[in-house]
Design a protein around this ligand. Structure first.
Ligand code: SF4
Ligand code: SF4
Length: 692
């Protein structure tokens, strides 16, 4: 017997024609929806992402193939998605092979689907069909568990002010449609095998074979022929509906997410874009839909509402109005209502939120925008490459342009503009902390040094932290490191000024710092401030400041390894270490501080959220210059609670950022945990281990 199967088995010719007519109409509907999407993205500004398209394509293919971004920190969702993804891909390829064989090769006298090829084809498709169904069942089970991150409730509106039933309906249709398509596919196979009197080679379709045997055992073999035709049509109609549904629903993520990952900027958030030339006349920041780039419009459509960013966001955890997921979905809703979209399942507002003429401060409230700590956790965790922070900062720029910010922030920005520091103190006092030292730190503006130490505002002016700066200075001096500072020539690095949205002031600060740096004599930079480290490393090069820079933990580790720093005392502490967002997440530096601690004999016990998944202290993005008295619980207090879950034996909470030191020493007190855990900068432990 020839191992193959008949396509359109028992179908009269007219029925076959009817199928092709429906199929072409469906494809037309799909193409139109797809065209509407492209038309929408074309309204956006250029995003400058068209370089290395092939490389980008291959990179996205590797991510999609492994489902690596979905697996990250959620193995269950990753496994389920992997099975659905590969099941879908194989079933799609299988369907394409059937179409190629029947509609093209057959007309040329060839037949692909026969013999051994057919047997292997049948077997492989059955296996991947099963994986597809298992993955879908796992996803359904996950939704049934009502995970908080999959809950569409908003923080910022009352339930009667919005309606998100469309989102839930779309989720259900998507999962159930795929599940029924997969299931009926197996039933068609079983009915066909039964109607063909169980040819032995069809055992290569194990699932179909089992279903066929069951059909025979319940006495339905006689009806298998007619049941096959009905179920075939049922399956075909669902497939057609699914194809038509793709560009108008959540299913579109199968296409846009690939593109979004492909065009994602690996430097997103770490290096913010300058204000585009063409927008300068209308002021800084986004004011209309056309101000968004096409990548941002693609971002808004790519969100699958997985809730990962919603879950990790410190601002949302602190009970503020911000949820990065809702921000992206609100922008999607706004763009769709402004320039049209094929989306069938939208959220609706009953309070006119979306009718606002303003985007920043209207569609997206200023409470939402000012709540962001720019910790980048949302960008890092998003499995589909959405760059929330670019949009947030561009909308903040618009608020700053209108002076739409709280007084405290406005005063701080004015201080930075007038004095070059956020404390509003005289520039001449910047190096006042060095006066208590019994040696003079080099002035790199006048003397040559190997390292320029970029100290930063907090380590220079905040009295709680000046002592830590002196510790660093003394150790480096003791072991003979050749370093200097810029004294009053240093200004606020601008990292947080830029993230507040004050781009003009940022550029001024960069210009001033670079003018001094470029005249100074040094080979490399180190900084004790992760915020300054980030902008000097990632953003200054665009302004002509291309320097080698490292964080002081990296420098200290190297000095230990070179034998210049000697630990003479073993520290028998159990500690936990808090990764600063701008060091760990932004710049991937998570090992040096840990290695340093271990070399001191310390036992390091990480908190559940650590390294790239660290939980922000709440100070970044200018939040330290804003009133936080209205939050339910400060992110720094949440973090201290997290550290305390490690047990009483963990006595120290180690930090490597001046702002963290300030935030967490406060949080230990305000959360009522004084005496339970001591906040230490890593330099204090280094000094102790050196026997100082
Ligand atoms: S950057 Fe941080 S605070 Fe801002 S939206 Fe993202 S997760 Fe939330
Ligand atoms: S923005 Fe990204 S992480 Fe957040 S809900 Fe959407 S897809 Fe998930």
């Amino acid at each position: 017997m020839n191992e193959t199967r008949e396509i359109y088995r028992n179908f009269p010719f007219l029925m076959q024609i009817a199928f092709y007519v429906i199929a072409f109409a469906t494809i037309g509907f799909f193409v139109y929806g797809f065209y509407l999407r492209i038309r929408k993205y074309k309204k956006g500004r250029d995003a400058g992402r068209m370089n290395n398209v092939l490389g980008r394509f291959m990179k996205a293919a590797a991510i999609m193939g492994k489902n690596s971004t979905v697996f990250k920190r959620d193995a269950y969702a990753g496994a389920a998605h992997w099975m659905i993804f590969w099941g879908f891909v194989f079933l799609l390829i299988g369907t394409a092979i059937v179409a190629l064989d029947h509609d093209f090769l057959r007309l040329l006298g060839y037949h692909l689907l026969e013999g051994d090829f057919y047997l292997v084809f049948s077997f492989v498709l059955d296996i991947f069909g099963v994986l597809f169904l298992i993955g879908l069942l796992m996803m359904m089970f996950r939704r049934a568990k009502k995970l908080p991150k999959l809950d569409y409730t908003r923080n910022d509106l009352k339930p009667e002010q919005y309606n998100r039933k469309g989102y839930s309906t779309d989720d259900k249709i998507f999962l159930w449609l795929l599940f029924l398509i997969g299931l009926t596919g197996f039933f068609i196979e079983g009915l066909r095998i039964s109607a063909d009197n169980m040819p032995a080679f069809e055992m290569w379709s194990p699932v179909g074979w089992v279903i066929a045997s069951s059909i025979n055992s319940v006495g339905l073999a006689e009806s298998a022929n007619s049941l096959h035709v009905y179920s075939w049509w049922f399956h075909a109609v669902m497939v057609m509906f699914f194809i038509a549904y793709i560009p108008y629903s959540k299913a579109m993520h199968m296409l846009v997410d690939y593109a979004n990952l492909m065009f994602k900027d690996d430097m997103a958030a770490k290096k913010l874009p300058k204000v585009a030339e063409e927008m300068l006349d209308a002021g800084m920041g986004y004011k209309k839909v056309e101000d968004f780039t096409w990548k941002e419009l693609l971002d808004f459509d790519s969100c699958t509402k997985c809730g990962r960013c919603h879950d990790v966001c410190p601002a949302r955890n602190a009970g503020t109005a911000l949820s990065p997921r809702d921000l992206i979905l609100d922008l999607r809703t706004y763009v769709d209502s402004s320039i049209g979209s094929p989306e069938w399942f939208k959220q609706e507002f009953v309070n006119g939120k979306n009718d606002s003429k303003e985007i920043a401060g209207g569609v997206i409230s200023k409470d939402v925008l000012w709540s962001c700590t720019t910790c980048m956790a949302c960008v890092e965790v998003c499995p589909v490459g959405i760059e929330h922070l670019t949009s947030i900062v561009n909308l903040r720029r618009s608020l700053v342009d209108e002076g739409n910010m709280e007084d405290m922030l406005q005063d701080t920005l004015m201080n930075i503009g007038d004095y070059g520091n956020s404390f509003g103190q005289s520039e001449r006092n910047r190096a006042a902390w060095t006066k208590e030292l019994d040696f003079k730190i080099k002035d790199v503006r006048k003397e040559e040094a190997e390292y320029l130490w970029f100290v930063g505002d907090y380590a220079s002016y905040d009295q709680r932290i000046q002592g830590l700066s002196r510790h660093v200075a003394k150790i480096l001096n003791k072991i003979g490191v050749d370093y200097g500072i810029m004294y009053e020539g240093e200004k606020n690095s601008g990292n947080d000024v830029r993230r507040v949205g004050e781009e003009g002031l940022y550029e001024m600060l960069v210009e001033d710092n670079l003018a001094v740096m470029q005249k100074s004599k040094f080979k490399k930079i180190f900084s004790t401030d992760p915020h300054s480290y980030n902008t000097i490393k990632n953003e200054y090069p665009e302004f002509g400041g291309d320097f080698e820079i490292e964080h002081y933990t990296g420098l200290l580790l190297r000095l230990v390894k070179e034998g210049k720093i000697k630990f003479t005392k073993k520290l028998n502490y159990k500690v936990t270490y808090h990764d600063p967002c701008y060091l760990g997440r932004y710049n991937g530096e998570v090992d040096a501080p840990r290695e340093l601690l271990t070399m001191m004999g310390i036992e390091l016990i990480d908190m559940p959220r650590c390294k790239e998944n660290s939980f922000c202290c709440g100070a970044g993005g200018g939040r330290i210059w804003m009133d936080d008295s209205k939050v339910q619980e400060r992110p720094s207090e949440i973090r201290i609670r997290e550290a305390l879950t490690l047990g009483e034996e963990v006595t120290h909470f180690v930090v490597a950022c001046p702002k963290d030191y300030a935030m967490f020493t406060d949080a230990v007190k305000t959360s009522g945990n004084e005496g339970k855990m001591e906040v230490k900068d890593i330099i204090q432990l280094v000094e102790e281990a050196m026997g100082e």
